[in-house]
Design a protein around this ligand. Structure first.
Ligand code: CP
Ligand code: NVA
Length: 306
């Protein structure tokens, strides 16, 4: 039987995501009480990084260890991938040796090719198109702070990148609305975002307007990994898309601010916002750990009760 993969958010149903959130809460509560929970004893996670990472690396490695398993870190340059071994062959070999694989890479087609040749579940740890583990943690964080996200409005300010695309998928799965404001030339491409229903998505040329009525304002770097050659041009094009206090004042008074991190204060977000009272960025980062532990448990063990 083909293994279950998590290559983009919509690979999971609403019911599976609701189950994962229940497990996330359960796992987090026990972790906070220092209770040992090790359903993944003798299990191994291989992590393949073709781009840099702090949060994804630490949360997957710490999470796997806390669940009783081990994680092996593979950077492109240290492996035969860096010397041109086909991704299909790497998938065939690694997946005979470990129980689950997490990959951070460039095009989505790379992770899809890996998954097609893998005997074990594959998790997307970020591609140019999607960042599903981030949005698992972000939606969970919203619910922790404010309750159900159904019917709420999320304002995405800035680049229509991998994180934005995944918010758009989340909107359809959790029934909320996304207001997107990008500079001209950086608009959402629904097909690339993997959404075939745009009913939950509205685009705004003015970021101030996009924030109106928002329950959550979120942004990300102007230049994502892999697009560094465009950095100078992007610095000019995105100058009006900094989330500052004036922008936050357009949102609902109890709106939260999120950023997947790493952040650039003074570029996509003002220091007063990211370090201010509406910001939940540290909870967001912490919840990567708990949400991904629930994901690992589900992909390796299936549904469990307890
Ligand atoms: N948000 C996120 O994925 O961070 P890293 O790039 O540090 O893993
Ligand atoms: N959009 C960013 C997210 C980093 C976690 C990037 O891809 O670089």
């Amino acid at each position: 039987m083909a293994p279950k993969h998590f290559l983009q958010l919509r690979d999971f149903s609403r019911d599976e995501l609701a189950y994962l959130f229940g497990r996330t809460r359960w796992i987090k509560e026990r972790f906070k009480r220092y209770e040992i929970y090790q359903p993944l004893r003798d299990r191994t996670l291989a992590m393949v990084f073709e781009k840099a990472s702090t949060r994804t690396r630490v949360s997957f490695e710490a999470g796997m260890n806390q669940l009783g398993g081990i994680a092996i870190n593979l950077n492109r340059g240290d492996t035969q991938l860096g010397r041109g071994e086909p991704i299909e062959d790497v998938a065939r070999v690694i997946s005979r040796m470990v129980d689950v694989v997490m990959i951070r890479t460039f095009e989505q087609t790379i992770i899809e090719r890996f998954a097609a040749h893998s005997r074990v579940p594959v998790i997307n740890g970020l591609t140019n198109e999607y960042h599903p583990c981030q949005i698992l943690a972000d939606v969970y964080t919203y619910i922790e702070h404010r309750g159900s996200i159904q019917g709420r409005t999320v304002a995405w300010i800035g680049d229509s990148n991998n994180v934005c695309n995944t918010w758009l998928q989340a909107a359809l799965l959790f029934d909320f609305n996304v207001h997107v404001s990008t500079p001209p030339g950086y608009e959402v491409e629904p097909e690339r975002a993997g959404i075939f229903d745009t009913s939950r998505f509205q685009s705004f040329s003015d970021p101030m307007q996009a924030c109106r009525g928002a329950d959550l304002v979120t942004t990300d770097v102007w230049t994502s990994m892999g697009f560094e050659a465009e950095n100078a041009e992007r610095q000019r094009d995105f100058a009006r898309w900094e989330v500052d206090e004036e922008m936050m004042a357009n949102a609902n008074p109890d709106a939260l601010f999120m950023h997947c991190l790493p952040a650039h204060r003074g570029e996509e977000v003002a220091a007063s916002v990211i370090d201010g009272p509406q910001s939940v960025v540290w909870d967001e980062a912490e919840n990567r750990l708990h949400a991904q532990k629930a994901l690992l448990e589900y992909l390796v063990c299936g549904r469990v009760s307890g």
